[in-house]
Design a binder for this molecule. Structure first.
Ligand SMILES: *Cc1c(COP(=O)(O)O)cnc(C)c1O
Length: 392
């Protein structure tokens, strides 16, 4: 047995640790500052002020107006509110929605549910890098198209989409454009005043904030039907007493992300990522990078290794103190290869050998060295026992 000498968390696409400063900002709202933001007394006012400040911080991250942000119970909820909310608001105008084959299940399964409810869904294909071709979108838009929902960047293969081109096509055709930016927000600069985006999803826990809180950007003038009815919070679009502590944590995480982006810190992450990618492709035979080489998230590296099984690889890495993923957290554990890897055209046996390594702001050179030293050995030893052939 190898001894465990390091813990290297490389699964930041699944979730990020809560930043210490975020935790500190949140703590008072679990104790002395417990007020309901909807109450008129001092306790309530204190909470309301904190929620307002968080809304300012989240809006500043993407250059939106505070009134264009509603807080939700996470990324999946924001996707549901956006897609179902637009579908219900526009159903008399048309019932056609366009999405892509490599969306997160929060988008894909919402669209599939709407299909059963009488909407018509077009699922756009992607190329071998996981890019949605703008011409494909242009061809798919019809007079009854009411919404296009295409993610900003992919969680499994890291590819960043040509959002500006895709959004411009929607604008020309007068179709609403929603983008799930859960992986991108806080990591690459996004300016909703410059980009043609009508609705955009974010989640705090993918940018060093807490889990269970997200936000939906809704451009001024865009109408959606609410799914959660009640006290009328969040402009009536998401009723329920605000998750004050979570929202405060999201605000702080967004403010810290704005600072990191302003200082150009993702560049450091990008350099480490490139060292990891180059090292792996050099040291391991029959390894391929999945996703786009350059148009990809700065912290994201993903691969397929021939002749091995991703699940066994994860277990061996775990035993070495390395936290990785073989795709999205929701699909790991099942035997079906991910819909994303199949959509970029990989055959089943290769898609099975997938590995995703996603870096964070605190990932060090030493962490990368540790992976580069151990991963090739692990892959080699698994191939020796592989049922997929080669040396097996
Ligand atoms: C994580 C993720 C989600 C889901 O967000 P939750 O806050 O976990 O509900 C949605 N879309 C993408 C692209 C994600 O990576």
């Amino acid at each position: 047995m190898q001894t465990m000498n390091r813990f290297v968390y490389l699964d930041h696409s699944a979730t990020t640790p809560v930043d210490q400063k975020v935790l500190e900002a949140m703590l008072p709202f679990f104790s002395m500052d417990f007020g309901n933001p909807n109450s008129l007394h001092a306790w309530g006012r204190k909470a309301r002020q904190a929620v307002d400040q968080a809304r300012d911080e989240v809006s500043r991250l993407i250059n939106a107006e505070p009134s264009e942000i509603i807080f939700t119970g996470g990324g999946s909820e924001a996707d549901n509110i956006a897609i179902k909310g637009v579908a219900l608001a526009k159903k008399d105008k048309g019932r056609h929605i366009i999405t892509s084959a490599i969306e997160h299940h929060a988008v894909l399964d919402t669209c599939k549910w709407l299909e059963k409810e009488g909407f018509d869904i077009t699922i756009l294909p992607v190329d071998e890098y996981g890019t949605i071709r703008p011409e494909e979108l242009r061809k798919a838009i019809r007079p009854d198209t009411i919404l296009v929902t295409i993610h900003f960047a992919n969680n499994e293969i890291g590819t960043v989409q040509p959002i500006e081109q895709l959004g411009n096509i929607c604008r020309e055709q007068d179709v609403l454009f929603h983008t799930d930016a859960v992986q991108a927000a806080g990591h690459i600069p996004i300016d909703v005043k410059k980009l043609p985006i009508d609705l955009m999803t974010m989640a705090a826990h993918k940018m060093y904030g807490p889990k269970g809180v997200g936000a939906l950007y809704i451009k001024k003038g865009v109408k959606i039907v609410p799914l959660i009815h009640g006290g009328g919070q969040e402009r009536g679009l998401r009723s329920g007493t605000e998750n004050t502590a979570g929202i405060v944590g999201f605000g702080k995480a967004a403010a810290l992300a704005s600072d990191r982006l302003a200082k150009g810190e993702p560049e450091k992450e990008r350099n480490l990522r490139d060292r990891l990618i180059d090292g792996i492709l050099e040291k391991i035979e029959d390894a391929m990078l999945t996703g786009h080489r350059t148009e990809r998230l700065p912290f994201h590296a993903s691969f397929c290794f021939h002749y091995i099984e991703g699940e066994s690889l994860l277990l061996r890495l775990d035993a070495l103190g390395i936290g990785a993923s073989s795709g999205s957290a929701c699909t790991s554990g099942s035997l079906e290869p991910s819909h994303v890897l199949l959509a970029i055209g990989l055959p089943h046996e290769i898609a099975h050998g997938s590995l995703r390594l996603t870096l964070g702001k605190d990932t060090s050179e030493e962490d990368i060295d540790y992976v580069l030293e151990n991963l090739p050995k692990v892959v080699e030893s698994l191939r020796v026992m592989s049922p997929y052939g080669k040396r097996g």
